[in-house]
Design a protein around this ligand. Structure first.
Ligand code: UDP
Ligand code: MG
Length: 315
């Protein structure tokens, strides 16, 4: 078995960890080559996602002594998903399989052996699934839980507790490349590819150094993009609520009219009126927001913008 493996690692401001991570991943590749699991032509693809710190210089320097390293430098920060996508798409022609993993080694490097075994058993996609979230903050744990729940409720097939640590075969990468949408939500698309897949469980470790590059804003952005690029259920939901509210308002209107003919003091309803005005006002703004979110998706799709721009590739 001599298949070529690329390990694609998106990096954004990772100067504190990158040197060690490259060392650890290189050792892993050496070990896999020695045990004849992968080809000598295997590589580590570092995608520099427009880092503002010293990451790129560190990697360039390491590359002089490390035959595994290949660098793809993006022209600016495109975000984790697109950096990963750039690494996959630019190199998929030369490989048999690609594993994507984070630069901070939070994904257990030893799970790679199992992933490759699963690949040789005929699986086109192997998901790395974490079996613990102990070392995540309370907030991260629960926000992730809410996200998975909402996604599955909305019909997006998402693998629980799987982030972007996965192996993909050349064939599945080829199919992934045919999804041309600009709002690519990779985690949601991959289960839609089908094929024989498998999961490998691992314990997620603490970040070795530096801090998470995902702040609340980026996480929320990912969640909203995930939902709206995937599912039109929010729009259906709004229509449903609209129908229920119209029905309720109709009943209420009947009540008001009957009260009027019965000679009740109609000015009495002040509180109700204010309450309803506030409620419907805010609900309408929310709905416009949801619809706007979809329109913005259409807007971005029609532009057919590139998903990433490469500054340089150093092999
Ligand atoms: N990352 C990236 N671009 C960004 C943000 C993050 O390429 O805009 C990379 C980052 O360098 C790391 C991976 O994505 O390799 C995951 O980021 P991080 O560890 O900060 O996320 P967390 O593990 O906290 O979810
Ligand atoms: Mg991390």
């Amino acid at each position: 078995m001599n298949d070529i493996l690329h390990i694609v690692v998106p990096c954004y401001n990772e100067e504190e960890v990158i040197e060690n991570s490259i060392k650890v991943i290189s050792e892993k590749l050496n070990q896999l080559i020695r045990s004849n699991k992968i080809s000598k032509k295997s590589k580590i693809v570092i995608v520099d996602d427009g880092s503002k710190d010293n990451t790129i210089n560190i990697v360039k320097k390491l590359q002089l002594k490390n035959k595994f390293l290949m660098i793809i430098k993006l022209s600016r920060n495109f975000g984790h998903q697109f950096a990963m996508y750039a690494g996959i798409m630019e190199t998929r022609k030369n490989v048999d399989m690609i594993i994507t993993m984070d630069a901070d080694l939070q994904d257990d490097i030893n799970a790679i052996d199992d992933m490759i075994d699963e690949y040789y058993k005929g699986n086109e996609i192997v998901y790395g699934v974490r079996n613990n979230r102990d070392n995540d903050s309370w907030f991260k744990r629960n926000s992730a839980l809410v996200f998975y729940k909402v996604m599955s409720f909305l019909g997006g097939e998402i693998i629980n507790n799987h982030a972007d640590f996965r192996l993909m075969s050349k064939r599945s990468l080829e199919e992934l490349s045919r999804y041309e949408e600009s709002n690519l939500f990779i985690r949601g698309i991959i289960p839609k590819l089908g094929f024989q897949t498998s999961k490998v469980y691992y314990k997620r470790l603490d970040r070795k150094a530096g801090s998470s590059k995902y702040n609340l804003r980026k996480m929320l952005g990912l969640a909203i993009d995930g939902i709206t690029s995937f599912s039109i259920k929010p729009i259906r939901f709004i229509i449903g609520i609209g129908i229920i509210f119209s029905f309720l308002s109709f009943i209420y209107l009947m009540y008001v009219i009957i009260s009027y003919f019965r000679g009740a003091d109609v000015v009495n309803g002040w509180v109700t009126i204010i309450a309803l005005v506030c409620f419907f006002g805010s609900f309408q703004i929310f709905c416009i927001g949801v619809i706007g979110e979809y329109i913005s998706k259409i807007y971005l799709e029609t532009k057919r913008r590139p998903k990433y721009i490469i500054d340089e590739i150093i092999e």
